[in-house]
Design a protein around this ligand. Structure first.
Ligand SMILES: Cc1ncc(C[n+]2csc(CCOP(=O)(O)OP(=O)(O)O)c2C)c(N)n1
Ligand SMILES: [Mg+2]
Length: 401
C-alpha cells in the first residue's frame, strides 16, 4: 500500500523503468498537506472559533479559563497593533526596515506564553511577539530597525537571545546552550530548564539547522525546535524546501515531531507546553512545526505581489489567529463588545507610545557598537574603539575651523 503522501518508490517496488509517478490520491494528499496542514494538524480552536476536544492535549490547557483566553487575545491584539504601527513608521521613513509578523501572532504568543521565566529562547528576526511575552519592551526592539542599535535588551534578564539575521544560525547557538543545560544538571524533573529555538521553513534548508538537530538529538538536549512554517522564504514557497511535511523530518534525527495549527493560540500553547515538559524531563529535543502564514511582505523591502497570488492571502485571512479567539469569546458569552473595545483602545495607546518613543529616541553613544561584544575587554577591540572615536573627533575638530 503506498503511503498517503508521495515521497519515493519503496525498495522492492521493482526496477524503475519509468519515472515514478504519484497517484492522483497522493497528489491531492500532498496539496492538502501543503495548503491546509493535512490530517495530522493539531487544532483546539477552529477558524470559526469552535473548541475541538483533544484527548492528548486538553490537559495542557486545563488551567486556561475565560480570563486567560482573554489575556491571550489581548496579547495578540497588542502585538499586531504594534507591528502595524512599526510597518507604518517604516513607510514614513522613520525606520530603516521592518520585519512584519502579521498572521503569526498565535504561533508566537502561544509558544511564548508556554515558557517559564527560567527557560531560554533563541529568536530569528520576526519574533516580536515572543519578545513581548518575554517581557522585552517593544521600545527596546525598535532601535534595531531605526538603525541606532544592535539589540537593546538584557538577554540574560529576559532569557531572550539577540535577534539572529543569519538564517538558521541561532539553531546552533540554541543547541549548544541546551546541551549546557543538560551538562549542568538542569534537566530531569518538573523544575527543569528548557530552551526554545525559533526559525522559519526556509531555514530548514540550511546546514546549521541540520547540525543543530544532530547535536541536540545525540545529547538529548532540552531543546524545542519551533519552526514557524509561514509558507514562504521570501519568494520561495515551502515546496522548494521539502518533499514532505517539515515536522516529519524529526523522525530522521530520532526525536518526535509534531505539526500544530500555528494560527490557533490555544493549540500552540498546549503543544509547546507538552514539548517543554518532555524536554524538562530529559526527553528532548522535540520539533514543532507551527503551520501558519506570513500575511504581509517578507520585510518592508519586499513586494509579495510579484511572486504570489492574492487569493492565497484571502484564503488565509479566513484562518486569522485573532478572529477565531474573538469568535469563541463572543459566541460563548465570555466577552462583550465593551471588552473588545477596551482592548482596541489599549492597543492604540500602546502603538501611540511606541511611535512617540521612536520619534524621540535617544541617540546611543557611537562607541556603543563596541560594547557587549565580549564579556571582558579585548585589546584589539579596545584599539578599534579608540581609533573610531579619534576618527569621529576629527570631524569635530574640522568643524571648529
Ligand atoms: C545564511 C543566510 N542566507 C540568506 C539570507 C537571506 N535571507 C533573509 S530571510 C531569508 C528567508 C528565510 O525564510 P524562512 O526561514 O522561511 O523565514 P521567514 O522569513 O519566512 O520568517 C533569506 C534567504 C540570510 N539572511 N542568511
Ligand atoms: Mg518562512
Amino acid at each position: 500500500m503506498p503511503s498517503e503522501q508521495w515521497t519515493h518508490p519503496e525498495p522492492g517496488d521493482g526496477p524503475a523503468a519509468v519515472a515514478a509517478q504519484p497517484s492522483p490520491e497522493q497528489v491531492i494528499a500532498g496539496l492538502r498537506a501543503t495548503s491546509e496542514g493535512g490530517a495530522e494538524l493539531t487544532q483546539l480552536l477552529t477558524p470559526e472559533g469552535q473548541r475541538v476536544p483533544s484527548e492528548r492535549f486538553d490537559r495542557y490547557v486545563e488551567d486556561v479559563d475565560d480570563e486567560t483566553l482573554k489575556n491571550l487575545y489581548r496579547d495578540m491584539v497588542l502585538v499586531r497593533r504594534a507591528d502595524r504601527e512599526a510597518n507604518a513608521m517604516q513607510r514614513q521613513g522613520q525606520l530603516g526596515i521592518w520585519v512584519p509578523l502579521l498572521g503569526q501572532e498565535a504561533a508566537q504568543v502561544g509558544s511564548g506564553r508556554a515558557l517559564q521565566p527560567r527557560d531560554m529562547a533563541f529568536p530569528s528576526y520576526r519574533e516580536h511577539g515572543v519578545a513581548y511575552t518575554r517581557g522585552v519592551d517593544m521600545r527596546e526592539l525598535i532601535g534595531i530597525f531605526r538603525c541606532t542599535d544592535h539589540s537593546g535588551w538584557d538577554y540574560q534578564a529576559h532569557r531572550f537571545h539577540p535577534y539572529t539575521i543569519v538564517i538558521g544560525n541561532q539553531v546552533l547557538n540554541a543547541a549548544g546552550y541546551a546541551m549546557g543545560q543538560k551538562f549542568e544538571g538542569k534537566v530531569g524533573d518538573e523544575g527543569g530548564e528548557a530552551t526554545i529555538c525559533y526559525f522559519g521553513d526556509g531555514a530548514t534548508s540550511q546546514g546549521d539547522v541540520h547540525e543543530g538537530f544532530v547535536w541536540a538529538a545525540v545529547y538529548d538536549a532540552p531543546l524545542v525546535f519551533f519552526c514557524q512554517n509561514n509558507q514562504w522564504a521570501i519568494s520561495e514557497p515551502t515546496e522548494r524546501q521539502s518533499r514532505l511535511p517539515l515536522y516529519q523530518r524529526a523522525r530522521g534525527y530520532g526525536f518526535p515531531g509534531i505539526r500544530v495549527d500555528g494560527n490557533d493560540v490555544l493549540a500552540c500553547l498546549a503543544v509547546t507546553r507538552w514539548a517543554l515538559e518532555e524536554c524538562r524531563h530529559g526527553n528532548g529535543p522535540v520539533l514543532i512545526e507551527a503551520f501558519t502564514y506570513r500575511m504581509d511582505a517578507h520585510t518592508t523591502t519586499d513586494d509579495p505581489t510579484r511572486y504570489r497570488l492574492s487569493d492565497e492571502l484571502e484564503e488565509w485571512k479566513l484562518k486569522d489567529p485573532i478572529e477565531r479567539v474573538r469568535a469563541f469569546l463572543a459566541r460563548n458569552g465570555h466577552a462583550d463588545q465593551a471588552f473588545f473595545d477596551s482592548v482596541q483602545a489599549e492597543a492604540d495607546q500602546f502603538a501611540a507610545e511606541l511611535r512617540d518613543y521612536t520619534f524621540n529616541m535617544p541617540e546611543p553613544p557611537p562607541d556603543r557598537v563596541f560594547s557587549q561584544v565580549y564579556a571582558e575587554p579585548s585589546p584589539v577591540l579596545e584599539a578599534q574603539r579608540e581609533e573610531y572615536l579619534s576618527y569621529l573627533d576629527g570631524f569635530a575638530a574640522a568643524g571648529e575651523h
